[in-house]
Write a protein that binds this ligand. Structure first.
Ligand SMILES: *[C@@H]1O[C@H](CO)[C@@H](O)[C@H](O)[C@H]1NC(C)=O
Ligand SMILES: *[C@@H]1O[C@H](CO)[C@@H](O)[C@H](O)[C@H]1NC(C)=O
Ligand SMILES: *[C@@H]1O[C@H](CO)[C@@H](O)[C@H](O)[C@H]1NC(C)=O
Ligand SMILES: *[C@@H]1O[C@H](CO)[C@@H](O)[C@H](O)[C@H]1NC(C)=O
Ligand SMILES: *[C@@H]1O[C@H](CO)[C@@H](O)[C@H](O)[C@H]1NC(C)=O
Length: 444
């Protein structure tokens, strides 16, 4: 027995060394890192209505330096306003890890973290991981507790590259409740967007380095509340996750102004649900026609693929790997919204219930977003980039001269120090009557 343990240990070390020696130069994932567009006035997308959108953001979780990221100074309150959600293209050199971090702090505790709670990283500046609960009801009988401890970055053990990482949302069924995961954008005034999330539901058998389960519910009986150990191997089950959870990717104002992508783990693994809300008439007790679609997509959701939702002026469109799957004109959202990603289960008819002790994991490689905001001061009628000649201006707004470089190239310091500078830049930002320099984000 001792010998076995020892030789296992040696094998692990050996493999680890070989892997890192061979693979240092390889890209961390099947897809190359996202190129951040530069020098664009606006962003267009593929599809029947190319856009356009004023803002661009990408959160790429595929090669996050966990050591560096583990140093978000949480004693500084995060109260980012409009002007602090910088466009990525404007925030050059402001990679997330260069945010408000104090390098060196984490190293003393754990020289090589294998997982890291999202709320301790600088991604938490733009997204907030949720901590709230929803009591059971007759139609949703299981208490649901969203926990910040269910959202974390992990090393990707399927990749040979030791730097490969991804984001994980985890849900676990305990005997008295289900522990669930949700992240929401801090800004809530997104007004139309194209959202892309590269994700997969982890098949059973996946190895996930993860933070320990947190004790969310006081009347905790250790016998009845199994703690999921670190590095747990999920038992094999036809390479699918267990039944009973719903993964959601959606825009949200309220339950009647919402556009959804939903994946139910009890469904066949090619099936997804698209809807604009409300999709159910509770008074009449039937589904609302044309509000929702059950789609069978070309790839199973247990493999990495890019799920896309376009929220346009009078049309919602859904894509997988840029292949159109569905379009709806029913109740396209008309109010400013936030973006939400979650993984949940309430024992109701929609999600079904999970088996006590089961955990389900959703991996996310990146989130990419082009969007407008209701706070954008100036809204011109849509001018397609091809018709788009330099507009007649008076100098009363924007920089009228198309050859004059934008002032927004000026850089501000990250974090609190740069706040005044960012506010100033926001107030003085050029307001474009039309878009002179569009970038198509699907051709980057
Ligand atoms: C964190 O921020 C607080 C408040 O700004 C500051 O007093 C403290 O020194 C910071 N800690 C580190 C480790 O930078
Ligand atoms: C499991 O954790 C140990 C140390 O805690 C680590 O050495 C090992 O690489 C981990 N395995 C995986 C697959 O993450
Ligand atoms: C649903 O959509 C179909 C096809 O677009 C249309 O013919 C039908 O009238 C719609 N039904 C309702 C109730 O809107
Ligand atoms: C985004 O805002 C710009 C500028 O106001 C506007 O021209 C464009 O049509 C908006 N995009 C969408 C999809 O509404
Ligand atoms: C120029 O500005 C004036 C006053 O702000 C306005 O009345 C006029 O219509 C503008 N002209 C053009 C061509 O935009």
């Amino acid at each position: 027995m001792k010998t076995n343990v020892l030789s296992f240990g040696i094998t692990v070390i050996y493999l680890g060394t070989v892997a890192s020696a061979l693979l240092v130069a390889r890209p961390p994932s099947q897809l190359p890192a996202k190129k951040r567009p530069q020098g664009c006035d606006c962003y267009t997308i593929s599809g029947p209505d190319p856009g356009y959108f004023q803002h661009y953001k990408v959160w790429d979780f595929r090669a996050v330096d966990l050591k560096k990221h583990a140093n978000l100074n949480l004693s500084e309150p995060i109260d980012y306003d409009d002007e602090d959600w910088d466009d990525d293209a404007e925030a050059e050199g402001q990679e997330p890890q260069n945010g408000r971090l104090s390098p060196g702090v984490h190293n003393e505790k754990d020289p090589d973290p294998r997982s890291l709670l999202f709320y301790k990283t600088s991604f938490e500046k733009d997204w907030s991981s949720q901590n709230w609960e929803r009591r059971g009801t007759p139609i949703a009988p299981v208490l649901m507790i969203n926990s910040k401890h269910n959202v974390f970055l992990t090393r990707d053990s399927d990749q040979n590259n030791p730097h490969a990482t991804y984001l994980v949302l985890r849900t676990t069924r305990f005997s008295e409740y289900t522990s669930t995961a949700e992240i929401e954008t801090r800004i809530r005034n997104i007004y139309r967007c194209s959202l892309r999330v590269r994700l997969r539901l982890l098949p059973a058998g996946s190895v996930v380095s993860q933070p320990p389960q947190h004790k969310e519910w006081p009347p905790r009986d250790p016998q009845r509340h199994p703690t999921v150990p670190l590095n747990k191997t999920i038992p094999l089950r036809d390479s699918r996750p267990p039944d009973g959870a719903c993964a959601g990717i959606f825009t949200y104002h309220d339950s009647t102004c919402e556009s959804d992508i939903e994946i139910l783990t009890r469904d066949p693994s090619h099936r997804v649900h698209y809807a604009n809300q409300p999709d159910y008439d509770f008074a009449a007790d039937h589904e609302i026609p044309n509000a929702s679609t059950i789609a069978d997509i070309p790839v199973p959701w247990t493999t990495w693929s890019t799920h896309r939702l376009d929220w346009l002026s009078d049309m919602s469109r859904w894509y997988v790997n840029n292949q159109i799957q569905d379009a709806k004109s029913y109740r396209v959202p008309e109010l400013e919204s936030m973006i939400v990603l979650n993984l949940w289960s309430d024992g109701g008819l929609w999600t079904g219930d999970m088996r006590i002790g089961d955990s389900i994991y959703m991996g996310i490689e990146y989130i990419e977003l082009v969007y407008n905001r209701s706070s954008d001061a100036f809204r011109a009628p849509y001018v397609s980039p091809s018709q788009n000649q330099a507009p007649p201006t008076n100098g009363s707004f924007g920089n009228g001269n198309p050859l004059e470089p934008d002032r927004k190239d000026e850089k501000c310091k990250p974090g609190r120090q740069g706040r005044e500078c960012r506010r100033k830049k926001w107030r003085n930002r050029p307001l474009h009557e039309s878009c002179r320099r569009p970038c198509n984000i699907d051709q980057l």
